[in-house]
Design a protein around this ligand. Structure first.
Ligand code: AMP
Ligand code: MN
Ligand code: MN
Ligand code: MN
Length: 283
């Protein structure tokens, strides 16, 4: 049985391909009953999604996915049940977004140097309502014939050691957690299995995240294998984190998983939604 809960998804406000309304319609069609929209570094889709959710009998959760630099790595912190008007959060995200344009110029300059021209304009064509991100460069690179799909782009370009990768300073772990918890939300470490950390570094990250006020980690996500569900359920238990669940859906045809396909959490998990009124009566 797939879970009716999905606490990680993207719309066209960041690097998804569906509008917030279309995303909610898709969620409803896939059997999702509790949905969080968690666009990267931007809260601009929440009102529209909340409105659409009412019409589809979906309980909607205000969310965000914040880009963080941690020891020269990029990690993502999801905020759930945030208050979208909380000034430190909105101002922090404004500053975070403003760094993206300069980074996009650096990415484009590097692609130029390997003979791929016009990528800045090309990426922005895919980012008309949104932040500019590597996903938009990836779509341009597919369109221009440099890779067969977005997943293939992220093997040849835009990642460490490959053309178009640029180190970037996002916000700090503590800042991101403080913006989220200060707004009344819950801070969740997104897809820990994607960071390619060894055991020691993962332990350090989890300890620092907990010390900063982090409350949960994603256990079941479109980015984890079933083996990783068990592994991160165990780590959540060991560190006293609650567990979250979300597809990380970005729209049809994107590299990540569709909605409505993930199983429920492993039995030894404490769900991040424990006690939430939005989830009452579901299970
Ligand atoms: P940015 O925040 O600009 O660094 O862009 C990161 C986004 O690129 C992520 O949120 C994903 O949507 C996308 N991305 C990164 N790595 C991959 C990958 N291996 N396959 C598909 N999409 C990816
Ligand atoms: Mn993304
Ligand atoms: Mn992410
Ligand atoms: Mn995501």
């Amino acid at each position: 049985m797939s879970s009716p809960i999905d606490l990680h998804s993207h719309s066209i406000v960041s690097d998804g391909t569906l509008s917030p309304t279309q995303l909610v319609e898709h969620a409803a069609a896939r059997g999702v009953r509790v949905l969080a929209l968690t666009d990267h570094d931007d809260l601009g889709g929440l009102d529209e999604a909340a409105e659409a959710a009412k019409a589809h009998n979906i309980s909607f959760i205000n969310g965000v996915e914040i880009s963080v630099s941690w020891h020269q790595r990029t990690i993502h912190i999801v905020g759930l049940k945030i208050t979208p008007t909380y000034a430190p959060l909105t101002q922090g995200l404004n500053a975070l977004r403003s760094g993206r344009h300069a980074r996009a110029e650096r990415i484009a300059a590097e692609l130029d140097a390997v003979g791929i021209h016009g990528s800045l304009e090309g990426a922005y064509r895919h980012a008309q309502r949104s932040i500019i991100s590597r996903s938009h460069f990836a779509r341009f690179l597919v369109e221009a014939g440099h890779a067969k799909n977005v997943a293939a782009v992220f093997k040849k370009y835009l990642v460490k050691g490959k053309p178009g990768y640029q180190e970037h300073q996002w916000t700090g772990l503590e800042e991101a957690v403080n913006w989220i918890t200060g707004s009344g939300g819950v801070a969740v470490l997104a897809h820990p299995g994607r960071y390619d950390l060894g055991r020691t570094n993962m332990t350090t990250l989890l300890a620092e995240f907990r010390a900063a006020g982090g409350a949960a980690i994603e256990v079941v996500t479109g980015s984890h294998t079933p083996e990783q569900y068990g592994h991160f359920a165990q780590l959540a238990h060991q560190f006293g984190f609650k567990a979250s669940l979300g597809s990380d859906y970005h729209g049809p045809g994107h590299a990540y998983m569709d909605m409505g396909r993930l199983p429920g959490l492993p039995a030894n998990c404490v769900p991040v939604w424990q006690g939430w009124e939005e989830v009452e009566g579901l299970q």
